[in-house]
Write a protein that binds this ligand. Structure first.
Ligand code: SF4
Length: 354
């Protein structure tokens, strides 16, 4: 019998405590002159350190623009990992959240991995503490453990497979075809979406993304009533009711592709608004509209913008290049163990492309 069962934990409490320590996110708008001066300084420092900037789609537009201008990359977490591993630079500056820096270190242990801040984390990572998760896995030894990339190095080290949202469905389909039962962590919404798509037998951890969890089907339906010609693009970390009304569901890269292939001129986008920078480049003539969020959720601090991604600022990038004081370290033994499920994902997704 295919059955998705939720495992209760205290993810929300842990995340709220972290957000309370963090304070409100900042919102900077730099004048063109100030921005250019910062870009020039950072470019110089990148050269001095033989470093490259790797940025996630959810970072602020200035950071994404800088990554593009300096020969770095702007992408989803799977592509960030690949790009960092394959690039010649000896130092990677990862603009994103901590698990992305850890993944870079695991895949490139010989490189120096710097981040503008080590405080930038993720509600999914926070909501899946390794001790609790490991104890749960131990209770189900006949299950294959599949974890989302948004987890700590220690949780990855406990897993058989790591996946990102761009390859998760295919990997679970593959495991299901082998008759394997699956433990999925930490995002419950993505897990439920995959379970529904594949019919696989999955036990779901009950973590969630504080950004995507705030999207509401009702608000989006109201917006659709206003713009009946619009298509709705949804990231599968959103609640099931939101996924159900989508015209396209997918990872950040897949949503950008959908924006290009759908015929609609107006797109309602239910993911972090950081994606608008690259999406608008891909469809310059289309109108992109932010999907409404509930705004009143207990953990919503910034609605459709991740408060941790927003901590990646130009000043932080410059500072870390000058001082190298925000470096990612992963215990080498742990890294070796965590690399196995990551390598499995990378070779599986490479085989999909062939
Ligand atoms: S947007 Fe959500 S999943 Fe992405 S880093 Fe922020 S909290 Fe984590």
């Amino acid at each position: 019998m295919n059955d998705a069962t939720l495992i209760a934990n205290d993810a929300k409490v842990i995340v709220q405590a972290h957000l309370d320590r963090l304070g409100e996110p900042k919102d900077h708008h730099l004048s063109p002159d100030v921005k250019q001066a910062k870009f020039d300084q950072i470019k110089e420092e990148l050269k001095k350190r033989n470093a490259v900037l790797v940025a996630h789609y959810y970072c602020d537009p200035d950071v994404q623009e800088l990554a593009e201008l300096t020969g770095g990359c702007v992408s989803d977490s799977l592509e960030m990992a690949r790009f960092g591993r394959d690039h010649d630079a000896t130092t990677l500056v990862v603009a994103g959240v901590k698990f992305m820096g850890e993944t870079a270190k695991i895949l490139s242990p010989e490189k120096t991995i710097l981040m503008p801040t080590l405080e930038a984390t993720c509600s999914l990572d926070l909501g899946c503490p390794v001790d609790e998760f490991s104890a749960f896995c131990d209770q189900h030894p006949d299950h294959t453990v599949v974890v989302y990339a948004n987890t700590s190095a220690a949780v990855k080290a406990r897993a058989d497979w790591v996946v990102t949202s761009s390859c998760a469905v295919e990997i679970i389909e593959h495991l299901d075809s082998l008759g394997e039962k699956i433990i999925w962590a930490p995002d419950q919404h993505l897990g439920r979406y995959i379970q529904k798509k594949t019919g696989a037998e999955m036990l779901l951890w009950d973590g969630s993304c504080i950004v995507h969890e705030e999207f509401r089907a009702r608000g989006i339906a109201n917006m659709k009533a206003l713009y009946p010609d619009a298509a709705v693009l949804v990231h599968p970390e959103s609640p099931e009711s939101v996924v159900e009304i989508a015209d396209a569901v997918g990872s950040t890269s897949q949503l950008i592709k959908a924006a290009q292939t759908l015929p609609n001129e107006r797109l309602i986008v239910a993911t972090d608004r950081g994606i608008f920078y690259k999406m608008q480049q891909a469809v310059p003539h289309k109108i992109l509209v932010e999907a409404p969020t509930a705004g009143e959720g207990a953990t919503c601090r910034s609605c459709a913008h991740c408060p941790w991604m927003a901590m990646n600022e130009l000043d932080g990038i410059l500072h870390v290049l000058q001082h190298a004081d925000q470096e990612i370290h992963v215990d080498p033994q742990l890294a070796e163990r965590a690399k196995l499920p990551l390598d499995r994902m990378l070779s599986f997704s490479a085989s999909l492309k062939r």
